[in-house]
Design a protein around this ligand. Structure first.
Ligand SMILES: Cc1cc2nc3c(=O)[nH]c(=O)nc-3n(C[C@H](O)[C@H](O)[C@H](O)COP(=O)(O)O)c2cc1C
Length: 421
């Protein structure tokens, strides 16, 4: 069965007015594997303005708003069907045609999926309202249009500075939590703030790795030109020829390492984004669970079904995502550790370059007559070597910083310590 298309919806009127709800209010709904509603809290039911029996056992598109691009739901289903959590801005339509916006975090849960939502207010939200409107205008509202829309959306997110949807949803959720905390007069979440520093450090890692790559590309021609110089020098160019071969060997090794090196730096950033999303998910799930506990203590109708069973599911999900967050933090520590090992390999190669450069310098001093072109090449080699050494030094500091912070975060999140990798 096509999971995301259960049932058909008649065209319903829309009203350009918002259904109010408080920043404090979180809502949740739970569906089966097909997206058919199984449970929810009173905020969900109240804001949608449907009676509980109009929601129960109905496909979740009962509250779909025509302003929502299909691409967003395509992405949502694609991720949850792969067992991954997903976050998305969603505009919903209440029974009376009014709308309400949420940031939804949808996670796989026993027997289906759980969506926990908060009221968005960050600057990313403002940008996304605009992006959704452009997306809707750009691609047809059809199944084929959904796939095309995903590509348009990825291009737009990339123009907004996000590498992919995962990094977008991590930034969006963390900024929504920060904006919400501020509106509610709460202190900023220390763990989320710490993640901001981690992200800055990881972005510098990638930048520094890129600078090394660019410097490598600039000096790629050096060995061949050294060889040409050696040929010009005839008999007296033998040492330069050897230097060129040495340099060529090291440079080839650097080339072979480069892709892994850049991928390794990118994977540090990826684990940090994933960890941030997990941490934020766990934070909101915990608060939703607390709200539901208060709700069922106050009202007999809350949850629309077996409230105790629902409570147990929420508790289990919250605990599962807390564990996943701890695993995510350990993954950051591990990835940063293995990137440090990749850096150590680069350092070894940079040291080899240094030896070659000194030999070249001595040789060019000895060959005083024809040293002009040679000197330039040795200068290029020196520039490359300096760029590698300086950036590796900064990478090292950043990397250590990331590992220290990931371990500190683990104690902040759960009082658990992570072994140094
Ligand atoms: C747990 C869960 C929560 C969902 N919440 C919403 C929601 O709040 N609003 C919505 O329009 N779709 C929601 N969906 C997605 C719908 O199932 C559906 O894909 C979407 O409304 C698009 O409907 P369509 O296929 O008729 O275009 C949710 C799905 C799941 C699994």
């Amino acid at each position: 069965m096509d999971t995301e298309n259960v049932g058909t919806r008649p065209k319903l009127p829309v009203v350009d007015a918002e259904v109010p709800f408080a920043f404090e209010e979180l809502f949740f709904s739970r569906t089966d594997w097909r997206g058919v509603i199984q449970a929810g809290n009173t905020v969900f039911q109240r804001v949608s303005i449907y009676d509980w029996n109009e929601l129960f056992q109905k496909p979740h598109n009962v509250i779909r708003h025509p302003d929502m691009p299909k691409a967003v739901f395509w992405l949502l289903w694609d991720m949850i069907k792969r067992g991954e959590p997903v976050g998305a801005y969603v505009k919903n339509r209440a029974k009376d045609g009014r709308y309400y916006w949420v940031f939804a975090i949808v996670t796989p849960i026993e027997g289906g999926y759980l969506s926990v939502r908060l009221k968005p207010s960050s600057p990313i939200f403002t940008a996304i309202v605009q992006e959704y409107a452009s997306l809707l205008a750009a691609v047809p509202d059809s199944k084929a249009g959904a796939k095309a829309g995903v590509e348009v959306l990825s291009r737009r997110l990339s123009a907004l500075g996000f590498d992919d949807y995962a990094s977008f949803m991590a930034a969006a959720l963390s900024q929504e939590i920060a904006a919400r905390d501020q509106r509610l007069g709460r202190r900023p979440d220390a763990a989320i703030a710490c993640f901001d520093e981690l992200l800055t450090a990881a972005k510098s890692l990638l930048k520094q790795a890129d600078l090394i790559f660019e410097a490598y590309a600039r000096s790629e021609y050096v060995p061949i030109n050294l060889r040409v110089q050696a040929a010009h020098l005839g008999q007296s160019g033998t040492v330069i020829d050897t230097i060129s071969s040495n340099y060529n060997l090291i440079s080839t090794e650097i080339r072979n390492n480069m892709d892994r090196f850049i991928a390794s730096a990118a994977s540090v950033l990826k684990t940090i984004n994933d960890g941030l999303f997990l941490l934020c998910t766990a934070t909101i799930q915990r608060e939703a669970e607390e709200q539901f506990r208060r709700e069922i203590a106050l009202s007999q109708d809350a949850g629309g079904g077996d409230r105790d069973a629902e409570m147990r599911l929420l508790e289990a999900q919250r605990s599962h995502y807390r564990e996943k967050t701890i695993d995510g933090l350990a993954a950051i520590n591990d990835r940063a550790g293995s990137f440090r090992r990749d850096c150590a390999e680069m350092k070894r190669l940079a040291a080899g370059l240094e030896v070659t450069r000194i030999m070249g310098k001595m040789e060019s001093a000895r060959l005083a007559v024809v040293k002009d072109g040679l000197n330039e090449l040795i200068d290029d080699l020196e520039a490359f070597q300096t760029t590698i050494t300086e950036n590796l030094k900064e990478i090292d500091t950043n990397n250590q910083n990331i590992q220290v912070k990931a371990r500190k975060l683990a104690t902040l999140v759960d009082g658990l310590a992570i072994e140094a990798a």
